[in-house]
Design a binder for this molecule. Structure first.
Ligand SMILES: [Mg+2]
Length: 294
């Protein structure tokens, strides 16, 4: 497309999980390792553990709950009064190293974001994943400073007497963002609710016509962008619904059962048609718009 025909965009809002990196692969590597080692060490049936874990995830509002193991009832019953993190330390460390290994950006993400930024366009991240893991990933994947602002929910409630610092295995400076500004989204606001995206655009003093939003979920990201009236971009390369391994996430996820079913239904009959589709990768994005400064 000739440059003049491409829509001008001075604010790019991007989803993070499965848009910039394969959150599902990271989650699956980490969680399936934890579960497998727990089953082996404890001898407790996998379906029992999955059932108990789902309840904990729903209570905590996340499927990445760092204190999970310590709250699994059947493990607590098997070792009354014992320190479960110590007994099952092997599961924790195996899961952690599987997660670290899986933590990479999709190809070309960093280069594409830097290119867009070099044209003067503001870049804002908006995720539903909680602050603890999100800021760690942003930092680890060298995105601190590439995004101007990051919006995420605050952390889940930690167990009594435990705070974020105690859950960190490295110094705080490895987790906190130095350049990108971190802002919390209000409790209970989830995509595709338009409210947070509208706030982001207002806070950035932009009009909807100057904004593009990119994300992998038709139901959440694309639907939200269309409601708000910004240019919607579907990160199709990031879609994982339907992968065999995805069933594990559906079984233990904090998502309400209705969300899981809706997502499946959407996969088979696509009710939402995105305006722009990135088929192969995020690296296609710089050519889609005329990215400019405001
Ligand atoms: Mg996503």
């Amino acid at each position: 497309m000739p440059t003049s025909r491409r829509p001008r965009v001075s604010l790019l809002v991007t989803d993070l999980d499965n848009t910039l990196w394969d959150w599902f692969a990271i989650w699956h590597a980490s969680f399936s390792t934890l579960l497998d080692v727990l089953i082996n060490l404890s001898g407790i049936d996998g379906t029992v553990l999955e059932h108990e874990i789902r309840k904990i995830h729903q209570e905590r509002g996340t499927s990445e709950y760092s204190h999970l193991l310590q709250e699994i009832p059947s493990l607590a019953d098997a070792h009354p009064g014992a320190d479960l993190a110590e007994i099952y330390g092997e599961a924790i460390s195996a899961s952690r190293s599987a997660r670290e290994q899986a933590m990479v950006l999709y190809p070309g993400v960093l280069e594409a974001l830097r290119e867009i930024r070099s044209r003067g366009t503001q870049i804002i991240g908006y995720t539903e994943s909680q602050a603890f893991y999100t800021t760690y990933r942003v930092k680890k994947l060298e995105l601190d400073g590439v995004m101007d602002v990051l919006y995420s929910p605050p952390d889940h409630d930690f167990p009594k007497g435990v705070n974020a610092s105690q859950l960190r295995t490295r110094p705080d400076s490895e987790y906190e963002l130095q350049v990108t500004q971190h802002r919390s989204t209000p409790p209970g606001e989830v995509k595709p609710s338009a409210r947070v995206l509208e706030t982001i655009i207002r806070d950035a003093s932009r009009q909807c016509t100057e904004v593009a939003y990119v994300g992998d979920s038709l139901m959440k990201d694309v639907a939200m962008a269309q409601t708000v009236g910004v240019a919607d971009v579907h990160a199709k390369y990031g879609v994982v619904v339907g992968r065999d391994a995805y069933a594990l996430l559906q079984r233990v996820s904090h998502w309400p059962e209705s969300d899981v079913r809706n997502e499946e239904a959407l996969r088979t009959k696509s009710a939402i048609t995105p305006s722009i589709v990135l088929e192969r990768g995020f690296y296609e994005l710089p050519d889609v718009f005329d990215f400019t400064s405001p």
